[in-house]
Ligand binder design. Sequence first.
Ligand code: BGC
Length: 520
Amino acid sequence: MNDARPDAPWWRDAVCYEVYIRSFADAGSDGYGDLPGLTSRLGHLADLGVDALWITPFYPSPQHDHGYDVADYRDVEPTYGDLEAFDTMLTGAHELGLKVIVDLVPNHTSSEHPWFQAALAAGPGSPERARYLFRDGKGRAGREPPNNWLSVFGGPAWERVPDGQWYLHLFDSSQPDLDWTNPEVAADFETTLRFWLDRGVDGFRVDVAHGLRKAAGLPDVDDPQKFVSGTMPRAPMWDQPEVHEVYRRWHEVLAGYDGDRMMVAEAWAATPAATMAYARPDEMSQAFNFHWLEAEWSAREFRDVVSLSLTEAATVDSSPTWVLSNHDVVRHPTRYGGGKVGLARGRAATMAMLALPGSAYLYQGEELGLEQVEVPETQRQDPEFLNGRGPGRDGCRVPIPWSGTAAPYGNGTGDPWLPQPDGWAALTVEAQRAEPDSTLSFYRRVLAARRALAGDAVELVDLGEDVLAFRRGAVLVVLNAGEEHVPLPDGEVLLASDGLGGEGTLPPDCAAWLAVAPVS
Ligand code: BGC
């Protein structure tokens, strides 16, 4: 509850838990998580103390990008259940007071989507091809791609079809980009929005929100490799001004429903201001802010992240968002060095993040202190890895451990789709639940304490170069990112991320919340 804005919509200060559906909870024996599995574990999320869940794509899909290649936007992948299982999950979540956000993937479909299949069959110049970005090639007999753009997952962003034309795919070749200048595309997505809104979802996470419109003429770029990231200025494939028209229209669609339905943009743009433009009052509710996720373990960087993020959100009157981990990045305890130190730092960063105003997005398994798993190369399945673009993202997507002492750790009864490591027995939900010092108990304490925090005002406090310190209302948050103990200021310690040092000091890699007199 936000006392500065008593009537504020729920999402402004919600904690939202990302469910990577394929790996969260398997109700059966096929090794894949599913909707009935999620339903059976909703109690875990309510006990944890989050406000909402975001579920990664669970729609029919050949799973070349694990669901971000959608073959039917208005149904459920049989591996994950069916529409009835979705409705059961949604009702169960709502009964527990949890909001539900679903993932929408508008930049591209699967190549198995009926539209793309029809486009292949219909041939050049057809209305079926006009839903995608088909073009003739360059050079002799059109053998060269239409331009020099590269795919985010490696290699050219164009694939040739047997009749000689090429189609654009900014991601995998199984993910053809839609042509958002085509009104039929826009109309169909509106139908999809309404389909899920009518079923009762509370919002959408919008995938690759910055990609939908491309510059007219699809011009070449001077250094193609630089343009795969989405953050290059004046990129013809990303963050075109016209893309905002799409979200202004969607805003109107959502506004026609009760209950503060929301949208959060995954938008990578060249400047923070360009990213926040997706969260203007007549567009989406929020935009993901990845500054913290990209920062090193450094108090100076953290201070910059905090002030920059608060300023940016204020420029569009949105609320800030905070993320340390998600299904696309190395888990944060591993990023912070791994092992005991990585976990201690992860807990400290979490405590600082959860003290800030705005929304925090948690990723499944971080409440268990999971680290990135070293998945053997022969078992990796991420298209990023399969296309030769680095180690891939499988290591953060391994099915999470619920109970027991060996794989599949209570996550169904079959072999998990990615191998779980030995040594997770002490990290299961079952093992951590009653253990007061466990990471799970720590998350529950912090999430419960967060509910008492109030007000949007944050004031950075100077406690030295290696310390991130800020006040929010009557709480002072201190995080020690240095190598020496630092003296703790006066004030009752409300929470600490680990045992405190003797004589009122805060050890390295630790954070604390202290009660202080409110600013008058
Ligand atoms: C998602 C990725 C996905 C990509 C293509 C990203 O933003 O988070 O997991 O591979 O979009 O849809």
